[in-house]
Design a protein. Structure first.
Ligand SMILES: *Cc1c(COP(=O)(O)O)cnc(C)c1O
Length: 448
């Protein structure tokens, strides 16, 4: 065996404020307070981990988005995407700002009604609407966004039976230059399917065509794609008017605007690459205003923005359980936040911050969650200071999808708090208990 060559160790001088080949070294940012309330006090009172939402931030972002569109277009209506975060308190904040409800299941539909939303202000999307759901939606005069021909024929049958007009739109999928194309929802534009569906609706007795809908994807980094989509929907609206002398009341551009999170594998942070609400608004409203649609009949512009509206308002706070050296000599830190609570860690490199002053020396660290499962990893590689057992961490920008896609696995789900506009902490979803789970399970007689 050949003797390995000796390499002398190197000591690098720390060059504060001077870029090296990895770029600028930055001071470790800490997040010790949320809306002015110390993280350690929140955890002491409500446990760890714990979700925290800021009502101020929700309202502020809503208004920023609404302003971007309403200053460029005369008729704008936002509709809150329930599946993004359907905590009642959250939905009610959006409704109080003027948002309608955008739902994709019977469960979400009933939730919107319970939240006091009038049936005529619910947009009903999704491929799974039962006959029972459809009857309810027709009777309550909701806008039903048809996903496929089977659903179209069901609605024709149900509306004829009820002898009531169903208010419908179709969901349209199309090539906007974003690949892979989301063609599993709705009717395709390019192959004529959408036009076919529109003709069938126009020729049926009990269907009233009120709108055109698209949702081109999620976390779309190209504002231009929305301009293309809006142009295609406007073109359909013009064709419907030409052939049937019928004006479409609204064009719904769906959701999909990117939040400032960073996708795994992205070279630059999301903050630097995501278009602003103004960019999206400019693209969409230009397409509609410059279309052939007559100015007197400009449709209302609906938006169903989810992710970009609430991500920034949500935090999860947690605690360090242990540090460990892996056999590769790499440092790992184990925290009490698992991927069961932070579903979005599958596609985002979430930022993770210490909640107290820490050393400025960082090391490439893997952050694991508390689950006894190999995939439970929040960050494979992050420059992170050494925290001690019991120290707290904060993961910002997690308001979208985590509180709906989370799963009960190994641990129970924690409290969700809202810091209201008076800086009071409100529990908006209680932490789960063993009793709750017991109440759902039934042990057969012979096993008791
Ligand atoms: C999920 C969804 C939305 C919201 O999408 P975001 O990417 O969170 O903005 C809007 N419309 C429909 C039909 C959806 O399915």
């Amino acid at each position: 065996m050949e003797k390995l060559k000796y390499e002398r160790p190197v000591i690098n001088k720390i060059k504060a404020g001077v870029p090296d080949k990895f770029g600028m070294s930055t001071k470790i940012k800490t997040i010790s307070k949320i809306e002015g309330i110390p993280v350690k006090d929140i955890i002491k009172e409500y446990g760890s981990p714990v979700f925290v939402l800021s009502e101020n931030k929700i309202r502020e972002t809503y208004n920023e988005a609404y302003r971007a569109f309403s200053t460029r277009y005369p008729k704008v209506q936002f509709s809150w995407s329930y599946k993004t975060n359907y905590l009642d308190a959250v939905c009610k904040i959006y409704h109080s700002e003027g948002s309608w409800a955008e739902v994709v299941s019977g469960f979400e539909y009933d939730k919107a009604i319970d939240n006091g939303v009038d049936g005529s202000k619910i947009l009903f999307n999704g491929p799974d609407k039962s006959d029972k759901d459809l009857i309810k939606a027709i009777e309550k005069k909701s806008f039903i966004h048809i996903d496929h021909f089977d659903e179209l024929y069901s609605i024709i049958r149900i509306a004829d039976n009820l002898k009531q007009k169903a208010k419908v739109a179709i969901r349209v999928n199309m090539d906007t230059g974003i690949y892979p194309q989301w063609d599993r929802f709705g009717f395709n534009y390019e192959n004529g399917e959408a036009w076919n569906a529109l003709n069938r609706i126009m020729l049926s007795n009990n269907l009233e065509l009120v709108g055109l809908h698209t949702h081109i994807g999620t976390y779309i980094l190209s504002a231009n794609a929305y301009g293309i989509a809006a142009t295609k929907l406007a073109e359909l609206a013009v064709r419907v008017h030409r052939k049937f002398n019928h004006h479409i009341k609204y064009i719904d551009m769906g959701g999909g605007f990117a939040s400032n999170n960073t996708l795994k594998g992205a070279y630059l942070p999301g903050k630097d690459t995501c278009p602003s609400f103004d960019d999206y608004a400019e693209s969409i409203t230009s397409a509609l205003i410059n279309s052939e649609i007559e100015p007197d009949h400009l449709p209302t512009l609906f938006l169903e923005t989810g992710r970009a509206m609430i991500d920034e308002a949500g935090y999860i706070l947690g605690t360090v359980l242990a540090n460990k050296r892996l056999t590769s000599a790499r440092r790992s830190t184990i925290v009490d936040i698992g991927i069961n609570l932070l579903f979005t860690s599958f596609w985002y490199d979430h930022e993770i911050y210490p909640a107290q002053e820490s050393s400025q020396q960082t090391e490439d660290t893997t952050i694991y969650g508390p689950l006894c499962m190999n995939i439970d990893m929040l960050r494979e590689a992050i420059q992170f200071p050494l925290l001690q057992k019991g120290d707290h961490i904060v993961i910002p920008r997690i308001g979208a999808y985590n509180m709906t896609q989370w799963m009960q696995f190994i641990t129970l789900r924690p409290n969700i708090l809202l810091i209201d506009t008076n800086k009071n902490i409100q529990i908006i979803r209680k932490k789960e208990s063993n009793d709750l789970f017991k109440s759902l399970e039934i042990v057969p007689e012979h096993l008791k």
